[in-house]
Design a protein around this ligand. Structure first.
Ligand code: 5GP
Length: 201
């Protein structure tokens, strides 16, 4: 059985990656999303186990000590991490798994899994990013300022990514992300796995 494809999507807070990823047809693309763990507070409308696994700091640190976290980072004062159980078995079973994580996590995943495909979603400009963060009205001014300066750092890291998709017009960004994933699933990098799959089915 072929091993699944690991897809990492990053992009600064407010670039619209949540909206883009919410709109791509993940069933048609044959993707499952890994649910990360975090110690940040739940936002209105979010659901435990769907958007994140919401943990206390001590619970998160226990998972790290038990080596149950594939990668993690501290972002704006909170832990965020990918749980091994959300990823490893699925990939081994041939499922394609998508991680939505920040850039340090993306770099770590590429180091741990060199076959992973890294996609970066960028806003058209920093001004537009700030406008979108304000419109979302889920964070205080202090957190917005922190996230804007973090965004500038993250955008510079996009050079480590395989693809950069500008989210100016939402429909175009959805179509670009879907096209990249479709192409990667049938790419030359996967050809050995695809041949084995064809011969064994
Ligand atoms: P938010 O608080 O807006 O949901 O997420 C803040 C940042 O944390 C986003 O850039 C998001 O992609 C990132 N993030 C979410 N889950 C993970 C994770 O498991 N690992 C890492 N490294 N970053 C994550």
């Amino acid at each position: 059985m072929r091993k699944g494809l690991l897809i990492v999507v990053s992009g600064p807070s407010g670039c619209g990656k949540g909206t883009v990823l919410g709109k791509i047809d993940k069933d048609k693309l044959g993707l499952c999303y890994a649910v990360s763990a975090t110690t940040r507070a739940m936002r209105e409308g979010e659901v435990d186990g769907v958007n994140y696994h919401y943990l206390q700091e001590s619970q998160f640190e226990k998972l790290i000590a038990e080596d149950k976290v594939l990668e993690y980072t501290k972002y704006c004062g909170n832990y965020y991490g990918t749980l091994r159980e959300e990823v490893e078995n699925r990939l081994a079973q041939g499922q394609d798994v998508l991680l939505e994580i920040e850039v340090d996590g993306g770099k770590n995943v590429k180091r741990l899994c060199p076959d992973a495909v890294l996609l970066f979603i960028a806003p058209p400009s920093i001004q537009e990013l700030e406008r979108r963060l304000r419109k979302r009205a889920t964070e205080t001014e202090k957190v917005i300022a922190e996230r804007v300066s973090q965004a500038e750092r993250e955008i510079k890291c996009a050079k480590y990514y395989d693809y950069i998709i500008i989210n100016g017009e939402l429909e175009k960004a959805i179509s670009d992300v879907s096209s990249v994933i479709t192409a990667e699933k049938i790419s030359a990098q996967n050809k050995e796995k695809i041949i084995v799959e064809v011969l064994n089915s």
